[in-house]
Ligand binder design. Structure first.
Ligand code: BEZ
Length: 259
């Protein structure tokens, strides 16, 4: 049976997840977009960072699998298109592909990297940040337990791919990329509201797996179980994020490699 899918409601995202784009500044710095460059923003969400890219003078195409998020991105005046990251269909047209906080939703990383490779011109760069190995480990464990204790298989509902440096470097190099930098680092991340809001926004595939009348109690149980480790006495939550940030290059000479 098809699993219920994560939904991206732009109003909810703006209210509970603005911090995601706020944390994108160092990735933009690593990309260092130049005026006139053609840049693909892969997994653009509501387009907040695509807008920043465009403001630097780059010509931006923003793609996301969510039609709702793309509508928001278009409302910012962006060239935004509904395209899933595992189905990129661009051919040798970008100077760079940029991605912030999106690649971990795309479990077929090989298909994504193949699509990025095809989309880039020779000499183009692929710069991104995603959840890395150990990301939200405490929250993920609590969600798995909540489903297991209700007789559900959490693995099949788990939407995330959080690789370490070795695994992701291997995938990039297998496709032909030269990896200039790749680093896994902890980034404990304060969230603006209660844990239940975070679960609704980012962990909806787990929540939707539960019968409707059990969702609130399961979220409350997960939240309570995490309180001692992730919530301070004033009620502020800080989640155990781990990020993987990388910069890779499609070499100018790709002869001998499958183009
Ligand atoms: C995110 O999309 O930013 C995200 C997803 C899952 C866990 C943590 C962060």
């Amino acid at each position: 049976m098809a699993q219920p899918k994560q939904r991206w409601d732009p109003e909810r995202y703006a209210r509970t997840a603005r911090f995601v784009a706020d944390h994108g500044a160092p990735v933009l710095d690593l990309l260092a977009p130049a005026p006139g460059e053609r840049i693909l923003d892969l997994g653009c969400g509501d387009g907040v960072l695509s807008e920043k890219l465009a403001a630097s003078g780059a010509i931006v195409v923003a793609v996301d699998a969510s039609a709702e998020q793309i509508e928001s991105a278009r409302a910012r005046g962006l060239d935004a298109r509904v395209v899933g990251g595992e189905k990129l269909d661009f051919e040798t047209e970008f100077d760079a592909v940029f991605s912030n906080a999106a690649l971990h939703w795309m479990k077929d990383a090989k298909a994504v990297i193949d699509g990025v490779w095809r989309a880039l011109k020779p000499g183009g760069r692929f710069v991104g940040e995603m959840g890395g190995a150990g990301n939200v480990a405490l929250v993920r464990r609590a969600l798995h337990r909540a489903l297991e204790s209700r007789g559900l298989d959490p693995q099949s509902r788990d939407p995330w791919f959080f690789p370490d440096e070795t695994e992701y470097r291997g995938l990039l190099e297998a496709r032909g990329f030269t990896v200039n930098s790749i680093a896994l680092f902890e980034r404990p991340t304060p969230i603006p509201g209660p844990m239940e809001d975070w679960l609704d926004t980012f962990a909806e595939t787990f929540v939707l797996a539960l019968p409707e009348n059990e969702r609130d109690s399961a979220k409350a149980e997960v939240s309570k179980g995490l309180q001692a480790e992730l919530c301070d006495e004033a009620g502020h939550w800080t989640i155990d994020y781990v990020r993987l940030r990388f910069s890779a290059l499609k070499p100018t000479d790709t002869s001998g490699r499958w183009a």
